[in-house]
Design a protein around this ligand. Structure first.
Ligand SMILES: Nc1nc2c(ncn2[C@@H]2O[C@H](COP(=O)(O)OP(=O)(O)OP(=O)(O)O)[C@@H](O)[C@H]2O)c(=O)[nH]1
Length: 315
């Protein structure tokens, strides 16, 4: 009887806390965050280093709440922006309850994974969970080998993995299991956010991310680092019938050079129109209201190297 009681209270205890998902660029962090939360809140792209903000997704379960922090890819800094991104990542790690290191199942562990593993090895006490992502892309043998390689990586870097969990965000495989394992590592405590809340990012940030994502689609490799998006204004259009509201959304897309501006705009504005259409649909879904999206492309020379410009663009 006592045993049963203990068991019941033990497993029912509500837990809540923060998980920071880390990993080298393209490791699948954003996709995993989205899949765990169940709605699109973090930017995903097939290009590396596109996640600029620590966007949080919130996973609600009857037994607890996970606040997921999605950081930019940690990389060797070459510019001021690179340094600031790395600082942001480290500051986040210092505050969370668990660090989850994403390592793709379909690629050999490389210097990029080692670099981040070595960095997280430096955070004392915080439990570290290795998350082997994209398992849908490999067969059982390859997965088994990767799991062993991840275990070895831990030994090599002096990390004692709290768990090593294979998942496929694309198919949803093992996601519930991962959530459960992460929740078990959270401290007991009340929900940190009200139920139903998916992210505490201001709407402007999410809108900017959606525009950025659309603007990056199918463009040259040099562009991801050179695009910044700022929402200037979001105001309801006046004189609209109550049942047909319209929100005016004014957005500036900043690039570093005239040549990049032409790429973003495209022939006779064709690309920019595509970007606008795509982003508008996503933003309307996010905000639940029809919008008029007004996009402007501006050149802000070398903004990545200029502290004042960086500050103005929100970095
Ligand atoms: N097949 C498959 N592809 C995946 C899975 N998870 C992510 N991907 C793909 O891998 C690529 C990178 O995923 P992201 O989630 O953007 O990776 P990230 O680690 O957030 O990347 P950065 O923002 O650049 O740091 C994208 O093309 C995803 O569609 C998965 O579970 N299965």
């Amino acid at each position: 009887m006592t045993l049963l009681d203990d068991d019941a209270t033990g497993s029912q205890e509500y837990r809540s806390g923060f998980v920071c998902v880390v990993g080298r660029p393209n490791a699948g962090k954003s996709t995993l965050t989205n899949a765990l939360v169940g709605e699109k809140v973090a930017i995903t792209s097939s290009r590396p280093q596109t996640t600029r903000h620590a966007i949080r997704g919130i996973v609600h379960r009857s037994d607890g709440q996970l606040v997921l922090v999605d950081t930019p890819g940690l990389h060797r800094p070459r510019t001021l922006l690179g340094q600031r991104l790395n600082d942001l990542v480290r500051a986040t790690w210092a505050e969370v309850d668990v660090v989850g290191l994403c390592i793709p199942a379909d690629e050999k562990i490389g210097p990029g994974d080692r670099f981040i593993a070595a960095e997280i090895a430096e955070i004392p006490k915080t439990p570290k969970v290795a998350i082997v992502t994209k398992t849908d892309l490999v067969n059982d043998n390859q997965l088994a080998e990767q799991l062993m390689a991840v275990a070895e990586l831990g030994v090599e870097q002096g990390i004692e993995w709290a768990e090593i969990v294979p998942v496929a965000a694309a198919t949803g495989q093992q996601l519930d299991l991962l959530t459960g394992l992460l929740l078990a590592k959270m401290p007991p405590g009340p929900p940190l956010y009200p139920e139903g809340e998916l992210t505490d990012e201001p709407e402007e940030t999410l809108v900017a991310e959606l525009v950025r994502e659309a603007a990056l689609e199918g463009v040259r490799d040099e562009l991801p680092h050179s695009i910044a998006v700022v929402v200037e204004e979001m105001i309801p259009r006046e004189d609209r019938p109550e049942d047909r509201p319209l929100l005016d959304v004014h957005v500036n897309i900043f690039v570093e050079r005239d040549s990049q501006k032409s790429i973003v705009i495209g022939r006779k504005g064709a690309r920019l129109r595509e970007v606008g259409t795509k982003a508008r649909q996503q933003i309307e879904r996010l905000l639940g209201t029809p919008i008029f999206l007004d996009l402007h492309v501006k050149v802000s020379k070398d903004w990545q190297r200029d502290p004042k410009k960086l500050g103005r663009l929100g970095f």
